[in-house]
Design a protein around this ligand. Sequence first.
Ligand SMILES: C[S@@+](CC[C@H](N)C(=O)[O-])C[C@H]1O[C@@H](n2cnc3c(N)ncnc32)[C@H](O)[C@@H]1O
Length: 376
Amino acid sequence: MNAAADARCATRLLDLIGGNWTTQAIGAAVTLGVVDELARAHCTTEQLAQRTGCAPRALQRLLNGLAAIDIVTRDAVGRHALSATGALLREDAAGSVRWWAQWCSGPQWSLWGNLAQSVRTGRSARTLAGGRPGYAHLQADVGAARLFHRAMAGLTRRIGRRIARDLDWRGVRQVVDIGGGYGELLAEILAAQRSVRGIVFDLPHATRDAAAYLAERGLAARCSVVSGSFFEPLPAGADVYLLKSILHNWDDADALRILRQCRSAMPAAARVLVVERVLPAQAAGGRRERAVLRSDLNMLVSLGGRERTRREFAELALQAGFTRPRRVGTALDYDVLEMRPAPARRAQPAAVKAPAPPARLGRGTRARSRDRRSAR
Ligand SMILES: C[S@@+](CC[C@H](N)C(=O)[O-])C[C@H]1O[C@@H](n2cnc3c(N)ncnc32)[C@H](O)[C@@H]1O
């Protein structure tokens, strides 16, 4: 490698190694109230330091960093303001990402320090540290639960309207949002489709605030909230079962258990809509792929889950008793995959020898051993 190429590579690599600072700079801007103050009025560093109780020179350095990544701007007389990007951190922004910024720079932050261990063992940092798998940690921590569910609601609002508007909701009377958090996706669907009713189904740390959230959006009359686990029987008889950002939290055995609970609860004409970022089958490069690959590692380190390719979703669907999923929509980086119950096999007349059951697609030894584990 010549000297110029070596310098280019080193610069790129050092930028990548130091990439963590932006998460914390943005998180600090929210936590310290800098975002809220700048949302109220443009101000100088001194005014901002006084209003947020920060050390002026240290705050100036934070503002310099935030200006370098286009979160704040500075005018000729030294007054700061939020940029168009930074304004998405305002509490009143539609689809605000302020809580996501706090979640990533706060509770989620330390988990990433254990990525190597998670890769070595295939286990989440939380379980490696002796914690329980899944979302049990939020049950004991009301503050963390509120932050997480608001963060998810903000992200989901960014795609919910499009899903509510673009998909075919004809004939749909009842939708269940499984693991729906505060029910943001359902709320967008109910707001756009006036004849639809809904149920938000989630663990108590989500449902304790979900009803108030839905009431604030004027949807209480058409929506109820049910506490429960999707590893146990689900509300039966709905037309649509939503699974948004659910399957990626879990390994294949648990994802299969969730899909099978949906399959058991739903009538033959109902469908599951899985809303997830889908891993490309082959490396495609680009921002969208990097986002899903980042999320894949995030799922590993925080929950032991994983992102999946279309083919992997198809394998899960077929094993859970659905037809091959069909992509029925997209919204930003997300795909909407529709799964319909596979038609029941017809019973054979007694006199006719039944043929050997056909080999099911994609059921290798690994899939069978996953099934055995999930049945436990
Ligand atoms: C990544 S969040 C997705 C929330 C929502 N669907 C969205 O996309 O905005 C995962 C959700 O699954 C819920 N969850 C986790 N384990 C659950 C269980 N066993 N039963 C029901 N919900 C569960 C969590 O409480 C959380 O709300």
